[in-house]
Design a protein around this ligand. Sequence first.
Ligand SMILES: Cc1cc2nc3c(=O)[nH]c(=O)nc-3n(C[C@H](O)[C@H](O)[C@H](O)COP(=O)(O)O)c2cc1C
Length: 307
Amino acid sequence: MKVNLSVSFCGRKLINPLFLTSGILGTEAELLKRVAGLGAGVVTTKSCCLEERKGHENPTVLAWECGIQNAVGLTNPGVEKEVIEIKNLKKLLKNKKTKICASFFGSTIKEFVLVTKKISQAEPDFLEMNISCPNTESELGLPFAFSAADTFKLTKAVKKETKIPVIVKLASQVTDIVAIAKAAEEAGADAVSAINTVPGMIIDIEAGAPILTNKIGGLSGPAIRPIAVKSIWQLAKSLKIPLIGMGGVTYGRDVIEMIMAGATGVGIGSATYFRGIDVFKKILKEVEVWMEKEKIVNLNQIRGKAL
Ligand SMILES: Cc1cc2nc3c(=O)[nH]c(=O)nc-3n(C[C@H](O)[C@H](O)[C@H](O)COP(=O)(O)O)c2cc1C
């Protein structure tokens, strides 16, 4: 039996549903090319903004028994340099079917719009608006993803500036994720991704202080998987646009779970720390073995099965 892992996403054919999520392996074209060669269907660049950002002082990343805690502080070289990196990556991936998703953010709608214009010049396959990181504040001082009205205004403004499909990345720590996703959809978003990291803290009891320099960090990895699955399941019930489910996906069975919750794409981030950057190959093999066992030939057969 020959299983088919390809999926259609925002009018494009992906060789498989796996996305390298933003921020995990930075923005360097050479490293992203390696991940593409190791099986990712789409590679996402680290979120960039208008000007270079240095980020927080070390320690910024901490692995613990249930996942990762990070407060990198959105370190990035700024959009001008990012455009060059994406163009390089496009050249490196010329003969590959892996797609490129460029992630970006701003602290005001005006900044988001300027970055959209610039980053679109690199012509990535998809754009991902990071509106859900604690550092991506709206004019109100909170991330845009905390408010349906802010999400609507911002998405509408960004969509006007580009022809590239726009994915809106959501936060889980909100009162009603469905209302916010619907605001993005109504404003013209082509897809949504969920979830970004979840705020948390780990304290060193010998020092009597939080371990990360920034004190509060974003949790990722297996600890947040059920939150991510629940978010995708809720979104799939109400949205028409496709979803990318991310948060703690580590094994093939987690990919199946996300697709059964209604996801079209599935993000892999922290698993690269736990299982190595060839985790994409490993996960694809696990998915294939499961599909063969269950006599499933196409992922469309199980999408939304748990709804
Ligand atoms: C070290 C680190 C850096 C991250 N940087 C970004 C970023 O720049 N932009 C973004 O949208 N998400 C960022 N994320 C969030 C991930 O893209 C992803 O949404 C989250 O980690 C959940 O997936 P995972 O559990 O598979 O890692 C980062 C996560 C980690 C662990």
